[in-house]
Write a protein that binds this ligand. Sequence first.
Ligand SMILES: CC(=O)N[C@H]1[C@@H](OP(=O)(O)OP(=O)(O)OC[C@H]2O[C@@H](n3ccc(=O)[nH]c3=O)[C@H](O)[C@@H]2O)O[C@H](CO)[C@@H](O)[C@@H]1O
Ligand SMILES: C=C(OP(=O)(O)O)C(=O)O
Length: 420
Amino acid sequence: MDKLIIETSPPLSGSVTISGAKNAALPILMASILADSTCYFDNVPVLRDIRTSLALLSELGAKAERTDGQSVVIDPASINNFTASYDLVKTMRASILVLGPLLAKFGQANVSLPGGCAIGARPVNLHLTGLEQMGATIDVDAGFIRASVNGRLQGAHIVMDIVSVGATENLMMAASLAEGETIIENAAREPEIVDLANCLNAMGAKVMYAGTDRIVIQGVESLQGCRYAVLPDRIETGTFLVAAAMTGGHVRCEKAAPNTLDAVLDKLTKAGAVITSGEDWIELDMRGRTLKSVNIKTSPHPGFPTDMQAQFVALNCVAEGVGVITENIFENRFMHVPELQRMGAKITLEANSAVCEGSSKLKGAQVMATDLRASASLVIAGLVAQGQTVVDRIYHLDRGYEHIEAKLNGLGANIKRVNY
Ligand SMILES: CC(=O)N[C@H]1[C@@H](OP(=O)(O)OP(=O)(O)OC[C@H]2O[C@@H](n3ccc(=O)[nH]c3=O)[C@H](O)[C@@H]2O)O[C@H](CO)[C@@H](O)[C@@H]1O
Ligand SMILES: C=C(OP(=O)(O)O)C(=O)O
């Protein structure tokens, strides 16, 4: 198992290239199941979750491989197995995203039920009821979702109880090959939803108004392969910007998508940073400025993203003043708090809020990564802690950050990966 050894960092400085978004790439890779011919995807980050997705598509019978660097090719023509096994699903919840495409294209799908995970129970009821409304028969039996449909799925008017990114994606993909029109009300509006819709449309789908809470999809009879480049990762971008702010540095993120980060940039500005941006870059300057605590409430896009919550808890620990961060999406997403406390952070948990006293002098310690973004918060806390921080169980981090230590070291940090 790998761990990261992090020394106290000077103010981060320089530029870093942002990778493609994990959360856009995952549904886009699964969308290839819907096509009749080969799909070519670019800007696909090199991550453990992407390797898992390629393994899953291969298990289904597709030819799925990374060609070079950031590109992936998937030929779905040979898909002949409709079962996503527990072994793969248990390592990546986004495996549930094969359900809609398999059902729409082949009329059947067996997907291992993703269990809960560190951040919450994360049920998939909305995925299932939406597909049932489109005519699918679904049984959940012995840990598997067994879904089938006689003929094609039928367009439906679906009103989602809760805003769900994954359910919106699954239903959007299924509806693309359904007969007739599907309307998804109370749809998620995340940039990754828009990216998936753009990719589906490049395959020949008719998805309209993605990015609003009412998506309309006119089903088509078939979809073709396409070439599509994945959106830049807004969470990776935000994580580097927070690290720059905490170290009092000056960092430029290249190949970023500033228009996907409004809520995060707003909080960084309130924290005292100077932000400038162009079409595909963002620069943060914190030199000589005082870092101030911010209050945050997570909510679906365009609100503040839950995937940036842990990083801002770390920021508030060392900023001036008291900051309250409220998590509204997942019921157990404060696993980083006890680890940050081990580093000396003064945080109190009150219901679903983390109250950070601020101005903590963090001290390096051995800490444990518990989930993806919790891991990121520990790494950036390690940059400003006095002495050495050792972050264990970083396989969580490798699920979602491409070469994080190399990228941070390129900005002046001193992080080593060791294997033991
Ligand atoms: C691969 C991917 O894109 N992951 C992102 C996606 O996860 P994911 O798509 O799993 O998250 P959802 O948007 O579905 O979850 C939002 C909330 O809805 C609940 N829910 C969801 C589905 C359902 O059928 N029933 C139900 O109750 C969840 O438990 C959660 O409380 O969006 C989350 C919220 O922005 C992000 O944190 C994840 O990084
Ligand atoms: C929670 C996340 O991912 P996943 O939905 O894949 O667990 C994340 O990206 O922060």
